[in-house]
Ligand binder design. Sequence first.
Ligand code: ADE
Length: 227
Amino acid sequence: MRVDIVTIFPAFFDVLNVSLIGKARDRGILNLNVHDLREWTQDRHHTVDDTPYGGGAGMVMKPEPWGEALDSLLSPDAVLLVPSPAGERFSQPLARELAGEDHLVFACGRYEGIDQRVVDHFAARGRVRLVSLGDYVLNGGEVAAMAIIEAVSRLIPGVVGNPMSLVEESHEADGLLEYPSYTKPAVWRDLHVPPVLLSGNHGAIATWRHEQSMQRTVQNRPDLLGE
Ligand code: ADE
């Protein structure tokens, strides 16, 4: 998969050199490129923002540099992703959908967002999605893009070593939250690992894990059960 990220803060993405994503890049599974929006400005000051029409607080990102950046980066089959608190909610099903794409381009806005005509222009010519990480406001799209890239790339075959570890986690398969996990030692600070996990009885372990998933979901995310 090819991923292009346009931002005025390329340094945010330096961390994508480490861990599983860094390895996927080294192995050529993920072709990830970070671009500085200011490369596409024409003026001496590399201006990327201006005051909003209609007044109001903050600055809006100018359409011209975005237009040129996206003209040069978007391939015919690319999906343009614009992180925004005004977008559709990001989710595991959307991550799965995006993991099947060949080319993702992220437009990371700052300030009060990007001039709306940028989205309108490219939506008339290709696939564009405004995506929100959740009901809270970040300073810009960079952290959201990073979360989306991690959630998507770990679903690409070969990125996560053991594909079975993708099956039983939260928001997969049965739609419940993941059950709690334990490892050695069996007793730590007087806390015992639940005995069923030491029993070797796989049926009983599966039942216990399902009950735990259910309990956690009822307690933390009743909305997932339609309640
Ligand atoms: N940019 C600012 N806030 C955001 C959010 N909640 N999700 C995605 N992008 C954002």
